[in-house]
Write a protein that binds this ligand. Structure first.
Ligand SMILES: [Zn+2]
Length: 365
């Protein structure tokens, strides 16, 4: 199915002209200008113990201007949560960790990425004990991911499968995190550089004639860098194929700008087969001030050239209420289609009070 057929199916009965239709059945029809009203999102964490309490908290978010929520869970949870969110007028997106998954360590240790220093994340993950990334080159990993997203995408009413950790481990961490791990990552160091497993080495060797382990300076080798960008891009493509086959959308949380995403985690997200992208424009992680959010947003918007909508992710713990409202205004000034809050249930009443007037300005994006 081509993209046009898919979109027509996803927005059955609604106007399919214009960008807002890309986000599916809950989105209102496009404005005559061809660009829909802004949409605002929230990532939600924490267990949902009572569906009634959860619905009340969703109703409050909806009243404050949130239109879509992203939450992790299993298929049973989503079957209950989708109608509950829809009853409050909210889209619900299945937020999944994609490459970083530890559950196969015991059964399939060979599925895990291996550093240039020769250490598998199944044995000793970098930075933190949960940083167990699978290797994106391996057919078994791809097959497992395809089955996993196929099951989610079959759930009635789900707005999208939302890909997080769709990348390699950070070869360089955002600069503000260096002191936390007592590191100075002024270049790519072998223990954080992935993946040099046998499958990756063999595939690159067949394509280029070169063994990545034998390169003089792997970090500056353009073909080897591109191989890894392309490998993640391919995984996004195969996930999109599965999800689109069930007339659902694919969205992703990515690093803040196209350049930073390539450099730190090998994401070439401007080329991905997505229906919307949510860059995590977390200024504090990069020791940037709030106005940087506008510049970073604009870089992504310009690189996408209108192909898909972009929603800028904001990191609430670094933004006191007045700064959060400023940040949201910078997102809009940068040309985004809306904001996404990390995380939606971490805002104080003062945050909501400051932010709501900005979120209320939906039109004329
Ligand atoms: Zn590998």
């Amino acid at each position: 199915m081509n993209r046009r057929d898919f979109l027509a199916g996803a927005a059955a009965g609604a106007a399919v002209l214009g960008r807002c239709a890309v986000l599916g059945a809950f989105s209102p029809p496009a404005t005559p200008a061809g660009r829909g009203p802004r949409k605002h999102w929230a990532w939600l964490r924490g267990e949902v113990t009572s569906m009634d309490d959860w619905r009340r908290s969703l109703a409050r978010m909806k009243a404050a201007g949130i239109d879509a929520i992203l939450i992790g869970g299993n298929a049973d949870f989503y079957r209950r949560a989708v109608p509950a969110a829809a009853a409050e007028g909210l889209e619900l997106h299945a937020w999944i960790f994609t490459m970083m998954r530890g559950e196969h360590v015991k059964t399939h240790p060979d599925w895990y990425a291996v550093s240039r220093a020769g250490v598998s994340t199944a044995v000793k993950p970098p930075y933190v004990d949960y940083y167990r990334f699978m290797c994106p080159s391996r057919d078994e990993v791809r097959h497992w991911l395809a089955g996993y997203v196929r099951e989610l995408a079959a759930i009635d009413g789900l707005a999208s499968v939302h890909l997080d950790y769709i990348r390699y481990p950070d070869v360089i961490l955002p600069v503000a995190l260096w002191p936390k791990y007592n590191l100075v990552q002024d270049k790519e160091y072998p223990e954080f550089d992935f993946c040099y497993c046998e499958v990756c080495r063999d595939r690159f060797k067949r394509a280029s004639g070169l063994d990545p382990q034998q390169l003089g300076d792997p970090p500056s080798h353009q073909a080897w860098l591109q191989y890894r960008y392309d490998t993640i891009t391919d995984v996004v493509g195969l996930i999109a194929k599965e999800v689109h086959a069930q007339k659902k959308l694919v969205t992703a949380a990515v690093f803040p700008t196209p350049a930073i995403a390539r450099k730190l985690v090998r994401q070439e997200w401007t080329r991905w087969t997505l229906d919307a992208v949510l860059p995590m424009i977390y200024n504090g992680f990069y020791k940037e001030e709030v106005p940087w959010i506008e510049r970073a947003t604009r870089e992504g918007v310009q690189a996408l050239a209108g192909r898909i909508p972009l929603y800028s992710g904001l990191y609430v713990p670094d933004l006191p209420p007045a700064d959060l409202a400023r940040a949201a205004r910078f997102v809009i000034a940068g040309g985004a289609d809306g904001i996404c809050l990390f995380q939606g249930n971490s805002l104080t009443p003062e945050h909501w009070q400051a932010l709501t007037p900005v979120l209320a300005q939906k039109g004329g994006a």
